[in-house]
Design a binder for this molecule. Structure first.
Ligand code: PGA
Ligand code: ZN
Length: 495
C-alpha cells in the first residue's frame, strides 16, 4: 500500500438531490459566484474555480514518500502531501560525512549491497506506514501540531533516531508548502506569518566559489571560500556580481593551473590543486578585482574546524596532506584568523573551532573582527543557540533545517538567534535536491544572508533563482540586505 488515502472509494450511491444537499454544493457555488462578481475577476471561469477551490476543506488527504536522488547521486527522501488544492513535494538535504555531533539523526538503510548503505527505504516506509496514518485528515496549516506529533508521539527519541530527520523534515517541509497554499499565501509570506514577520528581506547570497575540506579532493583544509556581494543594490544585482566574479575566477584558475583545475566540487565551487588557503584567497581577491567589484564583494570562510582538531587538542590546518606537521594552539589559530582578516576583505568566519570548543570560539568572537557563524557548533538546535547566546560564543546562526529536523524547531532556533541580536545565514547542505524551500525560508525569516553554494549546478541555482522570483513578486516592497544591513536584519513584528 502506498500512503493513506481518505478518498471514499465505495460510498453507497445516493440520489442526486440528496448528494447535492449533503455536500451543500448549491451554497458553495452561489458563494463562489458572488465572490467572483465582487472581485470582478478578469476571467470569470478562472475566478469561479479559484473561489470554489478556496472553499474545499483544509485537510491532508494523502501523504506518501518516494525515493529521489540528490546532487551526489545518493538516494534522498521526498514527501508528497496531497490536499484538495494540490500536491506538495519536499525533500530533505543531506550533509557530508561525518555529521556534526549535535545534528538530528539521518536515517539510512545501511545495507552495504544497496547504494553503499545509503538507501532510504526504511524512511519511506515510516512516511507511508507510521506518519501518514497519524496526520492524514489534519489541517496542513497546523504546522506546530503536526511537527509535535512526528517528533514527540511517533519518534520520541530527542534526536529523531527512530524515524530519521530526513524522514520527518521532508514531511514537515511538504506540510508547510501545503499550509501556505491553504492560506492562499506564497511560501515566504506564510513563513513570515508563522513568526510574526512582515518585513521580507532578500538575503545577500554567500557563493561558495572555491571548495576545500571534505567537499573537494584538493589539499585545501578550509572547507568553503565564499564571496558576498554586499555592495549590490538588489538581489538581482548581487547575482550578476556573483556570477561575473565566478567566471573571472574560472578564467584565472585555467590560466594558472590548466584545464583540469576548473572542475567543480560538491557545492559548485572550483577545486584548484592548491596547498595553501591563502593562495585560494589571493585568487578570489584577483577575481573580484578583475570583475571590477573591489570593495563591493567581500569574502567569507567556512573553516569547519571540527575536522581539524587533533588528539592533543591542537588544530591541524594541513589535515588533508601530512597530518600532524602544522598544528596550532587555539591562540595560534586566532592569530591566523586575525592575519586573514587583516590581509583580505573577510567579513565572516564559520566554525573557527571544534563544535565543543566554546572557549576559543568566544575568545575569537570577542575580538569583533568579523561575523562569527556557528554551524556544527549550534547544529540549528534551539537549546544550543540559547546556551551559546548566553555565553556570547558566536554572533550568527547558520540555519540548516535538517540539523534540527522540523520547520517548527528551525523557526524557534531562528527566533532565539534574533532575540540575541545575531545574524542568521540560511544554509543549504552539500547534498541537495532541486527543492527551493530554503529561499522562501530566508526571505520569510528576514535572514539577511543565504549560503546555497556557487552560482553553478542547478540544485544550488534552484534556491538563487527562486530568490529572483521572490524579488520580482515583492516589487517595490523588496528590501535587499545590502551594505551594513546584511547583518542583524530585525523582524518587523506585527502589532
Ligand atoms: P555540509 O556543508 O552540508 O556538508 O555540512 C555545509 C556547511 O558546512 O555549511
Ligand atoms: Zn559549515
Amino acid at each position: 500500500m502506498v500512503g493513506q488515502d481518505v478518498r471514499a472509494r465505495d460510498l453507497p450511491r445516493v440520489p442526486l438531490d440528496a448528494y447535492l444537499d449533503m455536500h451543500r454544493v448549491n451554497q458553495v457555488v452561489q458563494r463562489a459566484m458572488s465572490e467572483t462578481a465582487l472581485a470582478r475577476e478578469e476571467i470569470p471561469e478562472a475566478g469561479l474555480y479559484k473561489h470554489i477551490l478556496q472553499a474545499t476543506p483544509p485537510v491532508i488527504k494523502q501523504l506518501r514518500g518516494r525515493v529521489i536522488y540528490d546532487c551526489r547521486g545518493n538516494p534522498a527522501v521526498e514527501a508528497e502531501v496531497v490536499t484538495a488544492k494540490g500536491k506538495f513535494r519536499a525533500s530533505a538535504p543531506s550533509g557530508a560525512m561525518p555529521p556534526g555531533r549535535y545534528e538530528a539523526f539521518e536515517l539510512r538503510d545501511k545495507v552495504p549491497s544497496q547504494f553503499h548503505g545509503k538507501g532510504v527505504q526504511r524512511a519511506i516506509k515510516h512516511i507511508n506506514e507510521v506518519i501518514a496514518p497519524a496526520i492524514v485528515g489534519m489541517n496542513p496549516s497546523y504546522q506546530q501540531e503536526i511537527d509535535d506529533i512526528m517528533t514527540q508521539m511517533l519518534d520520541g527519541t530527542g534526536n529523531l533516531s527512530k524515524l530519521g530527520a530526513n524522514t520527518i523534515l521532508s514531511v514537515s517541509m511538504a506540510v508547510c508548502k501545503a499550509g501556505a497554499v491553504e492560506c492562499a499565501l506564497p511560501l515566504y509570506r506564510y513563513i513570515g506569518e508563522m513568526v510574526g514577520n512582515s518585513q521580507f528581506v532578500l538575503p545577500v547570497p554567500a557563493f561558495n566559489v572555491i571548495n576545500g575540506g571534505l567537499l573537494a579532493s584538493n589539499h585545501l583544509s578550509v572547507k568553503e571560500f565564499l564571496i558576498l556581494p554586499v555592495g549590490a543594490n538588489s538581489f538581482t544585482e548581487a547575482m550578476r556580481m556573483g556570477t561575473e566574479v565566478y567566471h573571472h575566477l574560472k578564467a584565472l584558475i585555467k590560466v594558472k593551473y590548466g584545464q583540469d583545475a576548473i572542475n567543480v566540487g560538491d557545492e559548485g565551487g572550483f577545486t584548484p590543486p592548491l596547498n595553501d588557503n591563502s593562495d585560494a584567497l589571493d585568487l578570489i581577491v584577483d577575481a573580484i578585482d578583475k570583475a571590477g567589484y573591489t570593495g563591493k564583494v567581500r569574502i567569507s570562510l567556512d573553516i569547519a574546524a571540527t575536522s581539524m582538531l587533533t588528539e592533543d587538542g591542537t588544530y591541524d590546518m594541513d589535515f588533508k596532506k601530512y597530518s600532524g606537521m602544522a598544528t596550532r594552539t587555539g591562540d595560534e589559530m586566532i592569530a591566523l584568523y586575525e592575519e586573514y582578516c587583516e590581509r583580505y576583505p573577510i567579513v565572516s568566519i564559520e566554525d573557527p573551532f571544534h563544535q565543543d570548543d566554546f572557549e576559543n570560539t568566544s575568545n575569537f568572537t570577542a575580538l569583533g573582527l568579523c561575523q562569527v557563524v556557528g554551524d556544527e557548533l549550534l547544529a540549528s538546535r534551539p537549546q544550543r543557540v540559547a546556551a551559546a547566546a548566553q555565553a556570547k560564543v558566536c554572533n550568527a546562526l547558520l540555519l540548516k533545517m535538517n540539523q534540527v529536523g522540523t520547520i517548527s524547531e528551525a523557526l524557534q532556533a531562528a527566533y532565539l538567534a534574533k532575540e540575541a541580536r545575531w545574524d542568521i545565514v540560511a544554509g543549504h547542505r552539500s547534498g541537495e535536491s532541486e527543492d527551493p524551500f530554503l529561499a522562501d525560508l530566508a526571505v520569510g525569516l528576514a535572514c539577511g544572508q543565504i549560503k546555497a553554494g556557487a552560482p553553478c549546478r542547478s540544485e544550488r541555482l534552484a534556491k538563487y533563482n527562486q530568490l529572483l522570483r521572490i524579488e520580482e513578486d515583492l516589487g517595490k516592497a523588496a528590501v535587499f540586505a545590502n551594505g551594513a544591513n546584511y547583518r542583524s536584519m530585525p523582524y518587523t513584528k506585527r502589532t
